[in-house]
Design a protein around this ligand. Structure first.
Ligand code: FAD
Length: 500
C-alpha cells in the first residue's frame, strides 16, 4: 500500500464494505487506520444469497472455518445451478451448470468428445448432467465435502443469508479494531484534480482520508454523485432491470439439496435458494415486459404461496460497470462499481477480485502509477465483460417462443462481438476448443462451462449421421461411484455443522 496512506475510509456497510474491510485489515500494514461509515436508515440491499467457489477462498484467507461462519449465516453448500425451462429442445429442457473438480477429468473428456460428435450431426447423447460429479451430488443430495483427505480441492460455493453475512463480517472487522461510524453521509468534497478530500455526515462531522473506498451500493455516493465517473451500461444486451424477492419456510424444516434452481418464467427467471432455515426466492425480470405487481403475482403463483402476510421486496437494478473502478484516491467496490444480473451469482466474486487485486497492486508498487491503475481497471473491466458474455449466452441460446420477452431476448438484444465469435464457432465445423483458446484472454468462464451451456440448452443441428456408441451410461456410473465413495451426505455434513 502507498507508504503515504495512513487513513482509509470505507463508505458503506453492505457485503462489499465489510468484505473489503476484512481483507484490508487482514492484509495491511497495521499502522493504517481503517474507518467504515454506514447509514442506519438507508440500510443494505439485503439480497444476494448465492456464491461461486471464490467465497471459499475468501474465508480461507481470513482463516475463518466453515464451522464458524456457516451456522452464523444460515449457510448451506452449493454445487452448481440447475437451469430449468430455458430451452424447449426435447431432452434438453433443463441442465445443470456444475462446479468442477479433478474428479471430473475422465467423464468430462467423454462429454467433450460426445458433444463434438453431436455438433457434427451424429446421434449421440451429449447432455452435460451425466458427465459431472457435481450434477450427481445435487441429484443424490450429497455435500461437496469429502470423507477423507484427497490430494486436490473440490470446488464448491455456498448459499447464505446476506444480512447475516454482513453482520458476521462486521463482527470480525470489529475484532480487528476497525473504526466504525454509523452516520449518513451528506456531502462529498473533491479537490481540484477530482480526488476525494473529505466526506461529511448529516451531523456535520467531517472525515478526511488518504484513500476512500466507495461501497455505498447503487447510490455510488463518491464515484457517481461526486465524481460522475463514466458508466458502461449493459442494458442493450441484458434487459432485466428489476427483481422481486420473497422468503419462504423450508419444507419439513429439512436441509434441501445443495443447488440453486434458476427457472425461466414469463418475463425473466426465478431463483430458489436453500438456506439452513428457509428458502430464498426471487424473480429477476424486465420492466419493459411486465410490471412489479404482475411479477410478484407470477412469483407467488410459481411458489404456490397463498399466504399474503409473507411480504415481497421489490428492487431495481442498474446493470453495467464503471469504466474506472479505481481513480486517484478512490476505489469503487460492490454495486457502486457495477452489477451484472445475479444469474450466476457472481457479484461477491467481483467484490473479492477487485479488492484482492487492489491490495496486490498496492503491495507491489509503493506509489501506483497511472499506467498501473489503468491496467487494473482494464483487468476488472475484462472480468465484468467476460461474465456479461456468459450471462448473455443464456438469453441468446433460449429457444422459448411462448412470450415476447423470450423472443426479444433471443432475437433482438445486442449480441456482443465476443459472444458472437463463440456461438459462431460452435455452430460451424470449426474446432471449438481452438476458438476458446484463441479468445482465452476475454473469457471468464472456461471450457467446461461453455460446453455445459451450449450442449445443456441443446444447441445442436439435427442429427443426420448414424448413431455413435454412447458412453453416457458408463459416465453416469463412474460419477455415482465417485459420489458414494468419496462424499458425505448433505444432511449429515450440515447436521454436524449445525449441531442438529
Ligand atoms: P449495499 O448492500 O446496498 O450496501 C450499501 C451500503 O452503503 C449500506 O450500508 C448503506 O447504508 C450505505 N450507504 C448508502 N448511502 C449512504 C449514505 N448516504 N451515508 C452512509 N451510508 C450510505 N450477489 C451475489 O454474489 N450472489 C447473488 O446471488 C446475488 N443475488 C442478487 C440478487 C439481486 C436481486 C440483486 C439486486 C443483487 C444480488 N447480488 C448477488 C448482489 C449483492 O446483493 C451485492 O453485490 C452485495 O450485497 C453487495 O452490495 P453492496 O455492499 O455493494 O451494497
Amino acid at each position: 500500500m502507498d507508504s503515504n496512506v495512513t487513513k482509509i475510509i470505507i463508505v458503506g456497510g453492505g457485503s462489499a464494505g465489510w468484505m473489503a474491510a476484512n481483507s484490508i485489515l487482514s492484509q495491511l500494514n497495521k499502522n493504517i487506520k481503517v474507518t467504515l461509515v454506514e447509514s442506519e436508515t438507508i440500510g443494505t440491499i439485503g439480497v444476494g444469497e448465492g456464491s461461486t467457489p471464490y467465497l471459499k477462498e475468501y474465508f480461507k484467507a481470513l482463516n475463518i472455518p466453515e464451522s464458524e461462519w456457516m451456522p452464523a449465516c444460515n449457510a448451506t453448500y452449493k454445487v452448481g445451478i440447475d437451469f430449468v425451462n430455458w430451452s424447449t429442445v426435447k431432452g434438453y429442457e433443463s441442465y445443470f451448470h456444475p462446479f468442477f473438480s479433478q474428479f471430473d477429468l475422465k467423464p468430462a473428456k467423454l462429454f467433450f468428445d460426445n458433444t463434438n460428435k453431436r455438433r457434427m450431426q451424429h446421434s449421440i447423447n451429449a447432455h452435460p448432467n451425466h458427465y459431472f460429479v457435481a450434477a450427481h451430488l445435487a441429484a443424490l443430495n450429497y455435500s461437496p465435502i469429502v470423507k477423507e483427505k484427497i490430494p486436490f480441492d473440490v470446488d464448491y460455493g455456498y448459499h447464505f443469508d446476506s444480512v447475516k453475512l454482513g453482520l458476521f463480517l462486521k463482527r470480525k472487522a470489529k475484532e480487528r479494531n476497525i473504526n466504525h461510524i454509523v452516520a449518513n453521509i451528506e456531502k462529498v468534497s473533491t479537490k481540484d484534480d477530482g480526488d476525494i478530500s473529505s466526506i461529511s455526515t448529516q451531523c456535520g462531522k467531517k472525515l478526511t482520508g488518504d484513500l476512500f473506498i466507495d461501497c455505498s451500493g447503487f447510490a455510488g455516493l463518491l464515484v457517481n454523485k461526486a465524481q460522475n465517473r463514466c458508466f458502461t451500461s449493459y442494458a442493450d444486451s441484458l434487459i432485466n432491470d428489476s427483481a422481486v424477492a420473497i422468503q419462504t419456510p423450508l419444507d419439513n424444516n429439512e436441509f434441501a439439496s445443495p443447488l440453486t434452481i434458476s427457472k425461466a418464467l414469463e418475463c425473466g427467471w426465478s431463483w430458489k435458494i436453500p438456506l439452513a432455515n428457509r428458502w430464498g426466492n426471487g424473480y429477476v425480470y424486465s420492466s419493459q415486459f411486465t410490471t412489479a405487481e404482475d411479477a410478484e403475482i407470477e412469483l407467488r403463483k410459481e411458489l404456490g404461496l397463498t399466504d399474503k402476510t409473507i411480504k415481497a421486496k421489490h428492487l431495481k437494478m442498474r446493470v453495467g460497470r464503471l469504466d474506472e473502478h479505481w481513480r486517484g484516491n478512490c476505489l469503487a467496490v460492490g454495486l457502486s462499481q457495477g452489477f451484472i444480473e445475479p444469474l450466476e451469482a457472481t457479484a461477491l466474486m467481483l467484490i473479492q477480485l477487485t479488492i484482492d487485486r487492489f491490495i496486490q497492486v498496492n503491495n507491489q508498487h509503493t506509489i501506483p502509477s497511472k499506467g498501473t491503475i489503468d491496467t487494473f481497471n482494464t483487468e476488472i473491466n475484462t472480468t465484468f465483460d467476460g461474465i456479461r458474455d456468459y450471462i448473455l449466452a443464456h438469453y441468446k441460446l433460449n429457444s422459448r417462443t411462448d412470450t415476447a420477452y423470450w423472443r426479444h431476448c433471443r432475437d433482438h438484444v445486442n449480441e456482443t462481438k465476443s459472444l458472437a465469435k463463440i456461438l459462431d464457432a460452435w455452430d460451424s465445423e470449426l474446432n471449438f476448443d481452438d476458438t476458446l483458446a484463441k479468445n482465452k484472454s476475454q473469457l471468464v468462464y472456461l471450457k467446461p462451462s461453455w460446453y455445459c451451456i451450449l450442449a445443456g440448452m441443446g444447441r445442436f443441428p439435427k442429427a443426420t449421421k448414424a448413431d455413435c456408441e454412447s458412453n453416457q451410461k458408463s459416465a453416469n456410473e463412474y460419477c455415482k461411484a465417485i459420489v458414494e465413495s468419496y462424499f458425505i451426505k448433505n444432511h449429515e455434513q450440515l447436521n454436524t455443522l449445525y449441531n442438529r
